[in-house]
Ligand binder design. Structure first.
Ligand SMILES: [Zn+2]
Ligand SMILES: [Zn+2]
Length: 255
């Protein structure tokens, strides 16, 4: 009887050990060998429905973009909006600062911008705001100047006026059109939310030239978390842009 009990106890202990091993193996599989998102998954280019300009309600048309992974739309009055792929998770963008590439000292800003925007391995690490800044710096280097950022005053789906409405998220402004399409706005970003939204849509109003300078300066302030995402080559582009785009000083002594 005792021997039978001992036998059973041993059997149960072995079964427990086996279950433990199976659970451990499952955990290792989930943590270690689970699929990391690949570039294609992160960088899927957004497909846009037909949209109306939220600033003036004219039709928006796709225009060419220096960013191969973003969609850019513009109206006849040249209000431009960008739709970027979803940015990388924080653990990925925190690897961008130490990404193992050596950029030649002679590389031009244009080459560095093109590399970070277009190379899938680099781009999958690039913070989404840095992608926006790099593309905007490229545009500014090509002579584009934007006095004011386009505003969100009408619905991009149906062109009726957007009105503010009360909603629980204190970090965003709730906007709703006459037909009930609902959006959240924060700064220059507008995204579909709640009732009436059928797809993920996030429009980024083109940065004004002064906002671009301010944002660029913000990335160079020496914040630990931002520095981890800032590769030296990108930092070089940002610093040179800031130096070259100093607003002209209004010195009355100038002839
Ligand atoms: Zn417009
Ligand atoms: Zn609407």
């Amino acid at each position: 009887m005792v021997a039978w009990r001992r036998g059973m106890t041993g059997l149960i202990a072995r079964a427990r050990a086996l279950i433990g091993l199976v659970m451990l193996a499952t955990l290792v599989l989930l943590l270690g060998c689970g699929d990391l998102p690949d570039s294609a998954e992160i960088l899927a280019k957004p497909v846009l429905p037909s949209l109306r300009c939220p600033a003036c309600s004219e039709a928006l048309e796709a225009i060419p973009s220096a960013d191969p992974f973003a969609a850019v739309v513009a109206c006849a009055r040249d209000h431009r909006f960008h739709v970027l792929p979803e940015g990388p998770e924080a653990y990925l963008s925190a690897q961008a600062g130490s990404f193992g590439i050596t950029v030649d000292d002679g590389a031009s800003d244009r080459q560095i911008i093109e590399y970070w925007l277009a190379d899938p391995d680099a781009r999958r690490l690039l913070n989404v705001q840095l992608a926006e800044i790099l593309r905007s710096i490229g545009d500014a280097r090509n002579g584009r100047s934007v006095a004011d950022r386009p505003r969100f005053s009408s619905c991009p789906y149906c062109a009726t006026a957007l009105e503010q409405f009360d909603q629980p998220d204190i970090w965003v402004l709730g906007l709703r059109c006459e037909k009930g399409h609902e959006f959240a706005q924060r700064g220059g970003r507008l995204w579909a939310s709640g009732q009436g939204s059928t797809e993920r849509l996030e429009l980024r109003a083109e940065l004004s030239s002064s906002e671009l300078r301010d944002l660029t300066a913000g990335w160079l302030e020496g914040d630990r978390h931002m520095d981890a995402q800032l590769h030296p080559s990108v930092e070089r582009v940002l610093r040179r842009f800031l130096t070259d785009s100093e607003p002209p000083s209004a010195d009355p002594a100038d002839p």
